[in-house]
Write a protein that binds this ligand. Structure first.
Ligand SMILES: [Zn+2]
Length: 304
């Protein structure tokens, strides 16, 4: 067992997650982010949440209606083909998540660029340069957004429609660029285009959006609002009480189904530990900047 897993286990069983969940943040709305969990791992996650939290839909939160204690929302990003296998698990627990889908990949054999880049370990670096430069480097590495490869990575059309019977479908741009690295023209086309494509496919309005990689600028939040979306999820870590619907905070949880990590992160203890460790480092040799309003990066290659 790795050091990180041992740390999660120790923190879980020290009682702090219970205190945070049952007392301190009993009324806070947590929005969890997953990506491509296996059905068994997802069953463990939903089983734990079902026992310890009140699972709600994102619409429940936005509608302002009375919520159960310890409310939690489940979201999945990207529209991975593996999400289709989660349908029986969602039915089993009667959970309705939001699945934020890259509309340019649905029903095709196109690839997620970050999966392609992960092979050479260049994914994180490519998120920190202009979008045009990112595409140039990827092209030199044999990747183009419109190329159809042998095996699909994203949901097929019928799979998406079937998933839409048990989940709300939101948009996640067309091709998953880091919006704040795009020109306004490209960012607007990615945002507006994803809404139009998904509405055409599903035959009903798509009113939710999630910023790829959690990156956004104030310009991007305005573009999402102007495109007609009703809400947008960031990857900024934290809880939600009320207020701004275009910068909803989320808690990123890895797809492993590790219940110790899930318990610590969902309760809010992990944010406290992160803040404490960040504060320590602020006084050290390599200060860590305070979380910037332009958004945050995901922690791992798979969390995109
Ligand atoms: Zn994503």
């Amino acid at each position: 067992m790795g050091t990180e897993r041992i740390a999660y286990k120790l923190v879980r069983w020290c009682g702090l997650p219970w205190l945070f969940r049952e007392v301190l943040f009993r009324r806070s709305v947590r929005i969890l982010t997953f990506h491509d969990p296996a059905p068994d791992a997802f069953r463990r996650v939903l089983g734990y949440l079902h026992r310890h939290y009140g699972i709600i839909t994102l619409d429940d939160h936005l509608s302002g209606k009375p919520l159960p204690a310890k409310p939690v929302v489940v979201t999945l990003d990207d529209g991975h083909i593996g999400n289709h296998a989660l349908i029986p698990v969602l039915r089993e627990f009667a959970v309705r998540p939001v699945v934020f889908v890259c509309a340019g990949l649905v029903g095709t054999n196109r690839r997620f660029w970050f999966k392609h880049a992960a092979r050479s370990g260049s994914s994180e670096g490519l998120k920190r340069i202009s979008d045009a430069e990112r595409l140039r480097i990827l092209a030199a590495d044999g990747f183009t957004p419109l190329h159809e490869y042998d095996v699909p990575q994203a949901l097929g059309l019928e799979q998406l429609k079937e998933l839409a019977s048990v989940a709300d479908i939101g948009a996640h741009t067309l091709f998953h660029p880091c919006l704040h690295q795009c020109t306004s023209t490209v960012a607007d086309a990615e945002i507006v285009g994803s809404k139009h494509v998904l509405e055409e496919l599903l035959g009903h309005p798509v009113d939710g959006f999630a910023f790829p990689n959690g990156d956004y600028s104030s310009r991007d939040a305005q573009l999402v609002s102007r495109a007609g979306f009703r809400y947008a999820c960031t990857s900024d870590h934290g809880f939600n009480r009320s207020g701004g619907t275009f910068l909803l905070k989320r808690i990123s949880v890895d797809d492993s189904g590790d219940i110790d990590a899930l318990s610590v992160k969902t309760s809010g203890v992990w944010a406290l530990l992160r803040a404490v460790m960040g504060r320590q480092r602020l006084h050290g040799e390599h200060p860590v900047p305070v979380e910037h309003p332009t958004g945050t990066h995901h922690e791992t290659l798979t969390n995109a």
